[in-house]
Ligand binder design. Structure first.
Ligand code: ATP
Length: 304
């Protein structure tokens, strides 16, 4: 479990994280989402104790990370996949990390296998692609077989096959009861990966909700085609719908469900050629939530 309580982080006059409170629970993949500069990396650095908060605290398994004697066994983290010694091999890098954390050498081979780097384990990291470095960073995070994993933009640099692989891995780890937190600035990346999502903007919490609830809050419109759009428009407006002319003669209807539109059309004797509910994409939901600070509040209330 990761607990962030009333955390405020400042860089000079910049408030990077502003009174942030959330809990990341075991058994779920939790996405940490926000536009560039929202404060995700700063929050993760605070969880790792790399920077001190101006106020509040961040705990891992109920303790400050820096107070743990064998930290890699409690939480594995990936912050910057590029921050590795390019002259070492992947195996040597992991072996050094394992030794310094009292972790057996057998784990090195196990995690190299787990992340698909066993075949290149003895090559210099300097020649690795960004995707391979991400895999190596994930291997390092897994080294201590920790109950908590925290990964900053781990999908960044992975090809579609790598993304599928990582999704499967994270879901498996959460299925084993571990706590998994991963950040991203792209909702679509998280939509298929995370069960739960924490959204921040300008250092503040905007939403703390299940992915399903978030999708449900952002119902889209219903696309309707009929040979008699004028009459249908007035019938639907008479029942409180917002109706606008969409592309190629179709109507876009909001505030009435597809079934209600169908029933009203039938009662009025109007034929329908098409009736298609269109969900707003999660990416749109994210844009609407993080659009500006005035919208934050209304959208947050809507998301609850
Ligand atoms: N070392 C630093 N010195 C000064 N300001 C910083 C520093 N690190 C971050 N900031 C500022 O703090 C705010 C939060 O940055 P942070 O990197 O945590 O955001 P982020 O959500 O991780 O963004 P990204 O998706 O771009 O990585 C930004 O305004 C950023 O400019």
């Amino acid at each position: 479990m990761i607990e962030v309580r009333a955390l405020t982080m400042r860089y000079g006059r910049t408030v990077a994280v502003d009174d942030l409170t959330f809990t990341v629970k075991p058994g779920l993949v939790t996405g940490f989402l926000g536009p560039n500069g929202a404060g995700k990396s700063t929050t993760m650095r605070a969880v790792l104790g790399l920077e001190s908060p101006a106020a509040g605290e961040a705990l891992v398994g109920g303790r400050a990370y820096v107070s743990l004697r064998r930290p890699l066994r409690t939480m594995g983290a990936l912050l910057d996949a590029g921050a590795v010694h390019g002259g070492r091999s992947a195996r040597a890098h992991l072996a050094w990390l394992a030794r310094s954390n009292g972790i057996g050498a057998d784990r090195v081979a196990a995690v190299l296998e787990q992340v698909g780097l066993a075949g290149v384990a003895d090559r210099r990291i300097g020649g690795f692609s960004l995707g391979m470095k991400q895999r190596l960073g994930i291997a390092a995070a897994l080294l201590g077989d920790p109950a908590v994993l925290m990964l900053d933009e781990p999908l960044n640099g992975l090809d579609p096959e790598g993304i599928r692989w990582l999704r499967h891995l994270l879901r498996t780890l959460a299925g084993e009861g571990r706590t998994v937190l991963l950040s991203s600035h792209l909702m679509n990346e998280l939509a298929l990966t995370a069960d739960h999502v924490l959204i921040i903007g300008r250092g503040r919490l905007i939403a703390d909700t299940s992915m399903d609830a978030l999708a449900g809050c952002f119902q889209g419109d219903v696309l309707v085609r009929t040979p008699d759009p004028g009459r249908l428009t007035s019938v639907l407006r008479g029942h409180g719908a917002k109706v606008t002319d969409g592309d190629d003669g179709a109507l876009s209807v909001r505030d009435l469900a597809a079934a209600e539109i169908g029933a009203l059309a039938l009662a009025a004797g109007i034929a329908l050629a098409e009736l298609s509910p269109r969900g707003a994409s999660l990416e749109e939901a994210f844009m609407r939530l993080t659009g500006d600070s005035t919208e934050y509040r209304t959208a947050q209330e809507a998301a609850r």
